[in-house]
Design a protein around this ligand. Structure first.
Ligand SMILES: [Zn+2]
Length: 310
């Protein structure tokens, strides 16, 4: 994890609840005019999200004015329904994502497609790109950041030079991107988004996952290297997408039966779809290679017939 941020880098009304890979970070912007929360984590962690929000660093029983999402993937909106139930607050999502949520398109939002769980919620406001919002007494520019998610937004505060980046930029990489054979626009958009971020004057990035960081140029350089590697090889991008999705599901389920794994990669559409397009392997071979890749990365291990997080 990164060193502590220098004092004064983040204004006092901004609180970051750093979570993990299953739940996105939660960013709380406090103001006498109303508190705003950005991103709500994953469904299974909703009780913890509520506890953090109710804690001393949170807002207790005060009103929440707005729940905002950088994008509508399951690890960013999984606590939406629980937060709305507790705080009765409106939900604002990126304009491009709103129709998908309104018709609850589990394929486009990757919920059914990737075997992820989300409790249904309703959109109250849409956030178009290139608009400015005052949250926590700070001005935030909503900027389109397509790539990992084609409708995603990032939020930039020029005064403190803070970027709330969602999954568009992490300290080491970004959220998985669809191979060109699935969405030809995704990888070029990822590159254009990183170029757009490189032109911003950023002092600190608050990513969707991991600690806030200030080594912005290095993170952008790493992101560009990864994009170049993906551009050179769509099998690499496909393998990466399946690997991170399986790891996400393993973190969700806590353990997965190794005997059931071939049936699992047959049953869940992303594995079946990618296998048919890219690999054309028997399901048992795909399952074995994915499990092996997670073991090799030190992310998971086999234990008494189960795959468990390492
Ligand atoms: Zn995402």
């Amino acid at each position: 994890m990164s060193a502590q941020l220098p004092a004064g880098l983040l204004p006092p009304q901004l609180h970051v609840f750093v979570r993990d890979w299953l739940s996105s970070n939660n960013i709380l912007l406090k103001s006498r005019d109303g508190h705003v929360l950005i991103d709500s984590g994953y469904l299974r962690h909703a009780p913890l999200t509520l506890a953090l929000l109710a804690s001393e660093r949170g807002i207790g029983t005060a009103r929440l004015s707005f729940l905002v999402n950088t994008h509508c993937h399951s690890d960013h909106v999984g606590g939406n329904a629980a937060i709305v139930e507790r705080y009765d607050c409106p939900v604002a999502v990126p304009a491009a994502e709103a129709p998908l949520v309104e018709r609850w398109d589990g394929r486009a939002l990757l919920y059914d497609y990737c075997d992820q769980q989300v409790e249904r919620f309703t959109v109250d406001h849409v956030l178009p790109p290139a608009t400015t919002h005052v949250w926590g007494d700070l001005e935030w520019q909503a900027l389109a950041a397509p790539g990992h998610d084609m409708g995603a937004l990032v939020f930039y505060n020029p005064e403190y030079r803070i970027l709330i980046s969602g999954d568009a930029l992490w300290e080491n990489g970004f959220g998985f991107v669809m191979p060109p054979e699935i969405d030809p626009a995704a990888l070029p958009a990822t590159r254009a988004t990183i170029d757009m971020l490189a032109r911003l004057d950023i002092r600190v990035v608050i990513p969707g996952h991991g600690e806030p960081f200030t080594s912005v140029a290095a993170a952008i350089a790493r992101a560009r290297n990864r994009i170049a590697a993906f551009e050179a090889d769509s099998l690499r991008i496909a393998r990466h997408a399946l690997k991170v999705n399986l790891m996400f599901s393993l973190l969700d389920k806590q353990r997965m039966s190794l005997a059931d794994m071939p049936a699992y990669v047959e049953r869940v559409e992303i594995y079946r779809d990618f296998n048919a397009r890219f690999f054309r392997w028997p399901p048992a071979k795909l399952a074995e290679l994915l499990v092996g890749a997670l073991e090799e990365a030190g992310a998971a291990r086999r234990e008494d017939g189960w795959l468990v997080p390492a």
